[in-house]
Design a protein around this ligand. Structure first.
Ligand code: G3H
Length: 489
């Protein structure tokens, strides 16, 4: 049991004496939802939320604020110190990733290592940014030296599917740019922050990083209502983002860095390499049970190859193995959200009642904490599955006759993150790319959608994102340009 009984505010690990809430795992059995208690976390409220925001605000606003004005070299040392300590927690954090969110051993290790690499790359990018801005340029007799500086207090809220990597893709650039941060871990993947608390405390000055626990409405809301947050950094759903934004008394000056929903399509053209398309569409739609914002959430297959594609895709899905995350031979693992199987079943029922068929034999088979991926065909606009971001193990397929059909659907969609395009003829593909880059922010040729490598810009159009996260862009998202100007006399 890991009873997290401390929290980090103003450079101190404070003992929590109040109520706690249990952290459960669904992973104890692949058959039943047998809630296993992994530990507990503090159920904090307004008092602690205000304490955290006051600490962050003081760290930013007291003029000599140690963190915002710290020399670049010293700030880098703090971050290096943190990542050195973080590396010693690998075994424990990986174990918690498996237990708390059901991520497979291999993917949990990848998430940890990718995050460490992300921090080192951010340090390098930060050095480069400072080196580049440390020279004058002369315009109309005025010498100007542009710098990038912190913007203020950041409230950082990450998602449960990448509780380490995605959260840190907000937190680390925000911090290294000199912004004080208040961080509240997601609803699942919360205990895995515990092994890192001491590393945070000992690496950064008081108030630079504050870590609190509890429900959004009890902790994040009072923080926003205080009016002291300058940047809301959130990866999750737009409903929470809008609600939090609305609670800020002066939301016009609140900067947003948001990674939100997506419904990334794959388009499979008649001349596509079907083996490759099937393999990429399986990984794209069902890795980590489809609980990725970048997952393929709808497949458009040309009608001339739809029968063949569907038959082979369905058989491959049925061959996927299911089991506990530490078993290296499994692909599908139990779902961390107790309510997810019923939600997915609801989407399936709605689609089948409106004419879709489950085309794989095992589709929709249940255990209490899992539902085997159902492949549904044909999907239409009357169905919830066409519109909702399923974020789980179900794959909707549509067939199309004219390429304009999926393009029109994408243009009408509220989302615009990425697309996968499968085909061989460059004469067909080239003009399509010109259209697709105006509908989404990344076009993946003959491969599934993904966020990485983390140096690539990660963003979306419409309701999919606000701001850009890549190692390079995130430093800009969490800073403001200032400059020193001097006249030639
Ligand atoms: O949840 C969305 C993640 O950004 C997906 O990242 O493409 O690396 O799995 P990924």
């Amino acid at each position: 049991l890991l009873n997290q009984d401390t929290y980090l505010v103003n450079g101190e690990l404070k003992k929590w004496e109040g109520q706690t809430s249990a952290v459960f795992s669904t992973i104890s059995s692949t058959e039943k939802y047998e809630p296993t208690i992994l530990g507990s976390i503090p159920s904090m409220g307004e008092k602690e939320a205000i304490e955290a925001v006051e600490a962050a605000s003081a760290a930013y606003n007291n003029g000599q604020g140690l963190w915002p004005t710290m020399k670049v070299v010293d700030r880098i040392k703090c971050m290096e110190n943190f990542v050195t300590q973080m590396k010693t927690t690998r075994t424990e954090v990986v174990k918690l990733l498996m237990w708390e969110i059901g991520k497979s051993l291999g993917d949990s290790e990848k998430e940890f290592d990718r995050t460490v690499e992300y921090i080192y790359d951010t340090i390098d990018s930060y050095k480069e940014l400072n080196a580049r801005s440390a020279h004058f340029s002369k315009v109309q007799g005025i010498n100007a030296m542009v710098r990038r500086g912190p913007l203020g207090v950041v409230l950082c809220l990450g998602p449960y599917n990448y509780p380490l990597n995605e959260t840190f893709s907000l937190l680390i650039p925000a911090l290294i740019m000199g912004n004080p941060v208040i961080f509240k871990p997601a609803k699942h993947g919360v205990l895995l922050i515990s092994p890192l608390l001491e590393a945070f405390r000992s690496s950064f000055p008081a108030g630079a990083i504050n870590i609190v626990y509890g429900r959004g409405r009890e902790v994040a809301s009072p923080i926003m209502k205080s009016g002291k947050v300058d940047i809301l950094a959130l990866i999750g759903n737009s409903k929470s983002a809008i609600a939090l934004q609305d609670q800020h008394p002066n939301k016009n000056r609140l900067r947003l860095v948001l990674g939100l929903e997506a419904k990334n399509p794959a388009i499979i053209l008649p001349d596509a390499d079907l083996d490759l398309a099937i393999q990429e569409c399986i990984a794209g739609s069902l890795s980590f049970n489809g609980q990725r914002c970048t997952a393929l959430k709808v497949l458009y297959v040309h009608e001339s190859i739809a029968d063949e594609f569907n038959k082979r895709f369905a058989a491959k899905v049925d061959a996927l193995t299911f089991g506990n995350p530490w078993d290296k031979s499994v692909f599908l693992t139990p779902l961390p959200e107790k309510e997810k199987p019923a939600y997915i079943q609801g989407l399936i029922d709605d689609a089948t009642s409106k004419g879709a068929k489950i085309i794989n034999e095992k589709g929709g088979e249940h255990t209490e904490n899992y539902i085997f991926p159902a492949v549904l065909f044909p999907i239409n606009k009357e169905m919830r599955l066409y519109h909702e971001e399923q974020f789980g193990p179900v794959v909707p397929i549509l067939s199309f006759k004219d390429i304009q059909e999926p393009l029109n659907d994408m243009a009408e969609s509220n989302y615009g993150q990425q697309v996968s395009l499968f085909g061989k003829d460059i004469k067909t593909i080239a003009p399509l790319i010109d259209t697709l880059v105006n509908l989404v922010c990344r076009v993946n040729l003959n491969s599934s959608c993904q966020r990485g490598p983390d140096v690539f810009p990660f963003t979306g159009r419409k309701d999919s994102a606000v701001g850009t996260l890549s190692i390079h862009d995130a430093l800009r998202s969490f800073s403001i340009r200032t400059f020193v100007a001097s006249k030639d006399n």
